[in-house]
Design a protein around this ligand. Structure first.
Ligand code: NOJ
Length: 555
């Protein structure tokens, strides 16, 4: 594999969550003209590809991940003419646009589902997954990702439909060839317009095991774990190869599979170019290391050794065999500086350290809106200020299970998706310059300190550090091509690694703690003839790293 035909190996993706990015018409909801207004800002940062979270017509049960019409633009976001202009403006600036492809499920208001619900013999019935109940209960014991069972009863036809997410997100039946053809036609509609590719939402869940067997139910759990029967299912590779053959290979595209529950071996199957499935995978193991058994709401402090081991495993197992995405943040994750860094005293230092730690690895880095200025988590006092369906359903479920309000709020503060969804802080004016109206979700109260204007005015800001990281990826082939070796494997505070390629060598040393740490003699001797090419403090002394300091060295 080389980088010429795989240009995206040296690219950096910037993810926009349109609802919270920039509102130009004052309705409190971000929109497409707002994105156009900020394209020069993204160009200044230096990113190559914009991934747009869904902008399609949707009743917004899950903020657009429940699509009512795949070929229309959500009213709040603008019109198709706005979209065409956005695409043109992105291309004019020599950037690319990656759309969100959400085809594991639709909205229950999608015409296909409206039809499907009508009767058992409706031509669209088999577009979704309908089953009879078992002993007066759901067809199996699977739980939904958004609390409650994964099945909803429909009185009119006396059957249940499957929804792995909210009950307003019925799962499509990919066993039905007509469904697959509809999806491919829709993808072509966007590709014909000139979009450059797709990020595919939970795409490794589209093939379900025949018979939809019950999952193992652990004690204390309300539902069985259906994941072994719907993640990486029996026909998944066949479906992706078909999609590749019929659609992706017909256009110059980039394709990214969001795939929870995957191992590096799965990743090779999905992304090895010879298999013609997708270009790269977007995985989750490293985001689950601060969760106790039972899921993300059960908090556990991160052990740095686990993080090092996990990322090193992915780096080495996929090298020369497949391709991974590198990310700390997206619209589903809390803000990394609050999560693995220190968002108070060392906000700037830790944000930069985390950025460098990730961006010098092999893979395609993703920057999630606001990450480039070090945006932090929020703690809304009132539960009423939360908007995310996952959070709201979990709150209700846990309350009925007897968890205290305080306990639940602690989970939300640490892991809730709304941490990532507060409006982008453009400046220190009212509503952080996001809108002139009332924002759909409250602005993070730290906007007067943390905002884009301040970042652009300060040459030492997190923004310019990201800009440098992006530029370095383009300059130094070793970042995209080199192999990876973990150093100081058992060190509890330092995350250090070496990249090697041809005669070149890069060493990255990150202090994940808030204390000074001396570098051991063996490594010191080794790097004595190296030069520091990047650091997040003035005047780095490589013998001792300060809190959250990172040094990157080459020879
Ligand atoms: C993954 C998306 O990233 C998330 O935001 C969404 O809720 C689910 N898939 C369902 O579409």
């Amino acid at each position: 594999m080389n980088t010429t035909d795989q240009w995206w190996k040296k690219s950096v993706v910037y993810q926009i969550y349109p609802r919270s990015f920039r509102d130009l018409n004052g309705d409190g909801i971000g929109d497409l003209p707002g994105i156009i207004e900020k394209l020069d800002y993204l160009k200044l940062l230096g990113v190559d590809i914009i991934w747009l979270s869904p902008i399609y017509d949707s009743p917004n049960d899950d903020n657009g991940y429940d699509i009512r019409n795949y070929q229309e633009i959500m009213n709040e976001f603008g019109t198709m003419a706005d979209f065409d202009r956005l695409l043109e403006e992105i291309h004019k600036r020599d950037m690319k646009l990656m759309m969100d492809l959400v085809v594991n499920h639709t909205s229950d208001e999608h015409e296909w589902f409206v039809q499907s619900k009508q009767s058992k013999d409706n031509p669209y019935r088999d577009y979704y997954i309908w089953r009879e109940g078992k002993d007066g209960k759901e067809p199996n014991n699977w739980g939904s990702f958004f609390s409650g069972p994964a099945w909803e009863y429909d009185e009119a036809t006396n059957e249940y439909y499957l929804h792995l997410f909210s009950k307003k997100q019925p799962d499509l039946n990919w066993e039905n060839p007509k469904v697959r053809q509809e999806v491919y036609q829709m993808m072509k509609f966007w590709l014909e317009k000139g979009v450059d590719g797709f990020r595919m939402d939970v795409i490794n869940m589209i093939s379900k095991a025949p018979g939809l067997p019950d999952g193992v139910q652990h004690s204390g759990q309300l539902f069985g774990d259906g994941a072994p029967y719907f993640m990486n299912g029996p026909r998944i590779h066949e479906f992706l190869q078909e999609m590749n053959k019929e659609v992706l290979s017909q256009y110059p595209t980039i394709s990214v599979g969001e795939m929870p529950g995957t191992t590096p071996e799965d990743a090779v199957l999905y992304t090895n170019p010879n298999r013609r499935e997708v270009n790269m995978i977007f995985t989750f193991e490293h985001m689950d290391l601060d969760s106790a058994p039972g899921g993300k709401w059960n908090l556990k402090p991160l052990n740095l050794l686990d993080l090092k081991e996990n990322l090193a495993k992915w780096q080495t197992a996929i090298h020369n065999r497949g391709w991974n995405s590198l990310y700390w943040n997206n619209h589903d994750q809390p803000r990394i500086v609050s999560r693995f860094g220190n968002d108070e005293e060392y906000r700037v230092e830790s944000a930069k350290m985390l950025a460098a730690c990730l961006h010098f690895m092999q893979g395609t880095p993703y920057i999630y809106q606001g990450e480039e200025i070090g945006m932090t988590n929020v703690k809304f006092k009132s539960f009423k200020d939360y908007r995310d369906i996952e959070t709201i359903n979990m709150y209700n479920e846990r309350t009925s299970q007897g968890y205290s309000h305080e306990e639940i709020m602690a989970s939300i503060y640490a892991k809730g998706r709304d941490n990532a969804r507060t409006p982008i802080q453009w400046d220190d004016s009212e509503h952080a310059g996001f809108t002139t109206g009332t924002p759909w979700i409250k602005v993070n109260p730290r906007y007067q300190e943390v905002n884009v204007k301040n970042a652009l005015d300060d040459k030492n800001s997190i923004f310019y550090f990201y800009q440098k990281l992006i530029a370095l990826r383009k300059e130094l082939d070793i970042i995209a091509e080199g192999d990876f070796q973990l150093l100081l494997e058992d060190h509890p505070e330092l995350f250090a690694y070496e990249r090697k390629w041809k005669e070149e060598c890069v060493i990255v040393i990150c202090n994940f703690g808030d204390k000074d740490v001396a570098i051991e003699n063996e490594l010191l001797t080794r790097i004595s003839d190296y030069n520091v090419i990047l650091s997040n403090y003035e005047g780095s002394n490589i013998e001792k790293l300060r809190p959250f300091e990172v040094v990157v060295l080459t020879r």
